[in-house]
Write a protein of this length. Sequence first.
Length: 95
Amino acid sequence: MFLHVYDVGHSSAVQNINAIGVAGGGVFHGAIEVHGGALTLEGGALRRNVAAKGGAILVTGGEVRIAGSVLESNTAREGGGALFVDGGRVVLGNQ
């Protein structure tokens, strides 16, 4: 599974996502990439994803909220095995 979020301009919510073993190959991101807008991730798991940056999630803009989700065994060659933030805002938990 692959989810790519670009400047959605409104809120997007993803519940019970299971992205397992998504390989970005030569691409910078793994399972989820957020450039703008807002994404809420609730439930599910992002496991064994591989990318250059942000094996599970790469955030370069916008806002990402993660609650009740598992980010496990993700790897990245340049940084952020599970999560790489290079702009925007990330909120973990129910804050």
